[in-house]
Design a binder for this molecule. Structure first.
Ligand code: ADP
Length: 466
């Protein structure tokens, strides 16, 4: 039984650091600590919470350089991406602080029904208790912030189980948050293996809610394992982006390249399937190919790099196999299609992709974009929806009716018009339908899920005895 997890730099292969590989006993102790933290948080005033959340944002920004360098070395994300991620994590704490000014419940006009004559009620949200946060390696700081900040804002404590591949930046972030004033008992980290401590977080009776971001394969089994606790799941996707004949092709091409290759395509909302009208396909593909071939690929620590590495050698092999499968089925590789190193894969543009190929329906999670042709608008919608995922979808058009129809018909948690599928504002409700998950994040919406209504009903005034 190992007691240490070793973290590697996926680009250089060097050891970046070691963290404890916690076991179930360690988790149990941390949940006991977090239960004390939950009791502390419950009694804090909103003003105290606002102060600690705002100070957290400031503290993260003060340590932006250190956090982003560490995150780049353990994840293979480019330094420009990780700098932006730290800023984003900080702004999520700012948003959470801002959410604490304003109404927190509703007045209930109980006398609108006969049994409430003379009565008045109100409902307001109470914290759930200890929130178990399980996070992935692809956006480890911002996605942890999306769980920690709303959980604390709503008066809970958190046990964070970061991904095995990227625990160092999460540990540093949580240390900084505690230095900024978050009570130490209210934010505890438990590093370890997903199948052991992750699974134990899901089962633990002392944890009131599990907020999980990760793969569909793991996520699908969590609600049954969680038993009597709230579960929110942010799982995968294979986002479609529809390009209609009226679209601004130059702008669409820029958005496609940005959205397909950010974080080397390892985002659950990466642009994976471009469904373009036959009349614009040739132009669009050539614009995207030309821009893709100009991308600088490789060393994530270099300021010049646009596309960093995949998380592991196995991930790179999986992408290689996926491209080979599509190639064998008739797809044309217009740019890329080669492995450049142990964990580095060339950004790849695949044209004439067979729409029903099983690989099209998987989550590619790599630097690959697939082009599929359509003739009728209804066919584009049908192709876009023909998947078990439903996270983000986009439509590029200057035709108002098509934009409205796209918004209405595309099966997704978010439909984006004239932007990349990777667009996400941290203040919007974000999450999937179908097998992309359940529940919504986005600070205000996560706060709702991480709290429960308590309703208070005042009886009618005692009747005068005189
Ligand atoms: P990926 O394939 O992207 O690594 P995973 O779903 O395997 O996604 O991992 C996401 C997070 O879930 C990680 O923190 C991982 O340790 C954790 N995890 C993995 N397996 C389980 C499990 N059986 N129960 C709970 N958490 C798990």
């Amino acid at each position: 039984m190992t007691n240490v997890l070793t973290v590697h730099n996926p680009y250089t292969g060097e050891v970046v650091g070691e963290v404890p590989c916690c076991h179930v006993d360690d988790l149990n102790r941390r949940v006991e600590t977090a239960a004390l933290g939950a009791a502390e948080m419950r009694t804090t005033t909103l003003h105290e919470r606002r102060r600690m959340l705002a100070a957290s944002a400031g503290r993260l920004m003060e340590h932006r350089a250190e956090l982003s360098a560490l995150l780049t070395s353990e994840s293979g994300k480019t330094i420009r991406e990780t700098r932006a991620e730290v800023e984003r994590a900080a702004s999520i704490f700012e948003l959470a602080a801002a959410e604490l000014v304003g109404p927190t419940g509703d007045v209930l006009a109980l006398d609108a029904l006969p049994n409430g004559a003379g009565m008045l009620g109100y409902c307001m949200r109470e914290p759930r208790g200890v929130i178990g946060a399980i996070t992935p390696w692809n956006v480890p700081l911002a996605l942890a912030a999306h769980k920690i900040a709303p959980a604390l804002a709503a008066g809970n404590s958190v046990v964070l189980k970061p991904a095995e591949q990227t625990p160092l930046s999460s540990l540093l972030m949580c240390k900084l948050l505690v230095e900024a004033g978050i009570p130490g008992n209210a934010l505890v980290v438990c590093t370890g293996l997903g199948e052991e401590v992750g699974a134990a977080v899901v089962r633990h009776p002392g944890i009131a809610m599990v907020s999980f971001t990760g793969s569909r394969e793991v996520g699908v089994a969590l609600p049954a394992a969680a038993g009597f606790k709230k579960v929110s799941l942010e799982l995968g996707g294979n986002s479609p982006l529809v390009v209609t004949p009226s679209a601004n092709l130059e702008a669409a091409a820029v958005a496609i390249v940005r959205g397909a290759f950010a974080v080397a395509g390892q985002l659950c909302i990466s642009v994976q399937r471009v469904i373009a009208h036959r009349s614009v396909m040739a132009n669009l593909v050539s614009l995207v190919s030309a821009a893709t071939s100009r991308l600088v690929v490789g060393d994530p620590a270099s300021e010049a790099t646009n596309v960093g590495t995949l998380i592991s050698s196995e991930a790179c092999q999986r992408v290689e196999r996926l491209v080979d499968d599509l190639r064998l089925a008739g797809a044309q590789v217009l740019t890329g299609g080669n492995r450049l190193g142990d964990c580095v894969y060339q950004p790849t543009v695949l044209a004439a992709v067979v729409r029903d190929h099983p690989a099209v329906h998987q989550e590619a999670f790599g630097p690959i974009v697939m082009f599929i042709t359509y003739d009728q608008f209804s066919e584009a919608v049908q192709i876009a929806n023909s998947t078990e995922y439903g996270l983000n979808a986009a439509i590029w058009t200057t035709n108002h009716d098509e934009a409205m129809e796209g918004a209405r018909l595309l099966q997704a948690g978010t439909v984006i018009i004239n932007e990349s599928t990777t667009f996400r504002s941290d203040l919007m409700p974000y999450g999937g339908i179908k097998q992309s998950g359940m529940g919504r994040e986005g600070v205000r919406f996560a706060m709702e899920e991480m709290s429960v209504y308590k309703t208070v009903c005042f009886g009618k005034p005692a009747q005068s005895v005189y």
